[in-house]
Design a binder for this molecule. Sequence first.
Ligand SMILES: *[C@@H]1O[C@H](CO)[C@@H](O)[C@H](O)[C@H]1NC(C)=O
Length: 306
Amino acid sequence: MLSLRLTLLTLLIAASGWLVSGENMITCYGNVQHLACDTGLIKVRSTTYGRTNRDTCNARPASEIANTNCALKISTIADRCNGLRECEVKTDLLGNPDPCFGTYKYYNTTYDCISGQNIVICEQGYSTLNCGDGYIQIINANYGRANAVTCVNGLPSSVLQNTNCYAPSTFSKVASMCNGKTTCTVDASYTIFTDPCVGTAKYLSVSYICHRSIVTCEGNTAILTCGDRRINAVSANYGRTDSTTCSSGRPANQISNTNCYTPDALNKVAARCNGQSSCSVPATNDLFSDPCYGTYKYLTVVYYCS
Ligand SMILES: *[C@@H]1O[C@H](CO)[C@@H](O)[C@H](O)[C@H]1NC(C)=O
């Protein structure tokens, strides 16, 4: 199950159920790119740095806007903004390589707003991420300082000046500590993340979603529940992908095929469940048709509540 959960990272983030889809933000080089989600958290689809037309950011000499065939895909804005409700990036501090010297460029970011949670822990504090009966999936994390308003109470302005402070290993460290767990305690401490900006007051910002997974042996019925929230199915399979799940009392020939998938299982589960607060899905050949005759199967569903 652990490897299933890990491979679902991309799926989860690409999952349906966007709150806002495909916002576009253009920022001329040197200015501040401001991304925000009224509800939910930012998830950047792509950012290009360059120039692909003459009309955008065009208050410049003709020679600087003539080249419209310049587009560099960059990830720095995604790295900094994913998982936040609001994000401001001063573009001339990003330090991206110049894809077309002499051309005046702009940043073009497309992003979605996804449902998730963000917690902020001021330096030397700690907090517990809690998914109740679900599993934690970290979307992004940073130990440092990206604005002048978070964790400032009583501090002199001299330790709040640097708002471009990022500890690059934060995401991978928090993800390896927390992914797949139901709760996880994280410390906002330089001993874990190393100090990316000595003399600046830092904080740890962590964004995550909670997902649930449910396994139901053939012949039984899966019950998905979200309390007062709504179900979003992320992945589903009716079949068999290992020889241990739902194997008790079964002869070897019914559990030996571990390469059995129902291609449209997610569509069938989503049709019954998405947007509902609870739903039931029978793990039967009647619903899914039989993807591997003679094998004893099970239904696996991963979903989250929003
Ligand atoms: C920005 O990027 C989007 C998506 O790639 C594209 O459709 C749009 O035309 C671009 N806008 C500008 C001004 O380059």
